[in-house]
Design a protein around this ligand. Structure first.
Ligand code: ZN
Length: 306
């Protein structure tokens, strides 16, 4: 199993395992490189910032890929396969399913030292090569892993995928209209553009990937459009929630809003790290025990098993 380089939390509750392919990584296996259209020694990822080298993110592209049978953490397996040169040329930025999120390329999140703001890089997921204003060159690719027989899996992956997309739009200050599908880029490449973005997102192109297949959940453009709009509405709601978070209600009579520790206490309460000494008192000036200090730290780390 892969060990992520860093693990971080998004403000809307996702834990992301970051294992960004190092700059300068090169193809090593001759057969695998050849099958993917490369040769040994070629760069293993594009190693180029998005949008003409600026690192600006213009869109977020939604994909579906298949659940892997008898695998719990599918994103981990997809990333491991990438590191083992078994994923051809496919390089999305994120994989998300019901249990985990994995990040494989720089997305400019600013959440880890390997992924500073403004560093978003070109992936390989939109099927439109190096077209300057195409999906690979301007957008972040999110693979939502679906089609698992286990009850609840797909609904959970769909929901978590929506949260991830919302957060990526949020940190890049992008409107919901900047959320598009793989099919959107197929259509653009084929010269089929539409002023109705949702329509372009479900425009069928022969030989183009009908993707995100499971979110479309329909062979017809009309059916896919309804289902795509439902997904987009969910992302929109999560985006709104990020932009206008509901303020935490301060239950404590002894924690005034003008104190330096106010935000820290509210954060701790909201995230289940600490509580008051009773329902209305935090007792900010009493000492914690060693047991309490460790418990607060442990909860802040996500209550891991020792
Ligand atoms: Zn796709």
């Amino acid at each position: 199993m892969l060990t992520p380089n860093h693990v971080y939390q998004t403000p809307n509750g996702l834990t992301v395992n970051e294992i960004i392919i190092p700059d300068g990584t090169r193809w090593q296996n001759e057969d695998k490189a050849k099958a993917a259209g490369f040769k040994v020694g070629d760069l293993y990822k594009k190693t180029l910032k998005l949008c003409g080298g600026t690192g600006k993110v213009e869109k977020v592209t939604v994909h579906n890929t298949n659940d892997l049978e008898n695998v719990e953490d599918d994103g981990e397996q997809y990333c491991r396969s990438t590191y083992n040169e078994n994923m051809g040329s496919a390089r999305p930025h994120f994989y998300v399913d019901d249990v985990a999120v994995w990040q494989l390329l720089k997305a400019g999140t600013g959440m880890t030292p390997s992924d500073p703001v403004g560093s978003a890089e070109v992936g390989w997921h939109a099927g439109d090569g190096s077209i300057a204003d195409g999906g690979n060159m301007t957008s972040i690719g999110v693979e939502i892993i679906m089609n698992d027989k286990n009850v609840g899996h797909d609904a959970m992956a769909y929901d978590r995928g929506a949260k991830l997309c919302a957060w990526l739009l949020y940190i890049n200050n992008l409107a919901i209209e900047r959320l598009v599908t793989h099919a959107y880029w197929n259509a653009k490449k084929a010269g089929k553009t539409s002023s109705d973005i949702d329509q372009q997102c479900v425009t069928y192109v022969a030989k183009g990937h009908w993707c995100p297949y499971y979110i479309f959940d329909s062979k017809s453009e009309a059916g896919a459009k309804r289902n795509w709009q439902a997904f987009k509405a969910l992302v929109g709601a999560y985006l709104e929630a990020l932009r206008n978070p509901v303020p935490v209600e301060n239950p404590f009579v002894d924690v005034a809003e003008n104190r330096y520790y106010y935000k820290a206490v509210m954060w701790g309460v909201k995230n289940g790290i600490c509580a008051g000494t009773d329902k209305t008192h935090f007792s900010p000036n009493t000492f914690p025990t060693r047991a309490q200090v460790m418990t607060f730290l442990w909860r802040a780390a996500g209550s891991p098993e020792p």
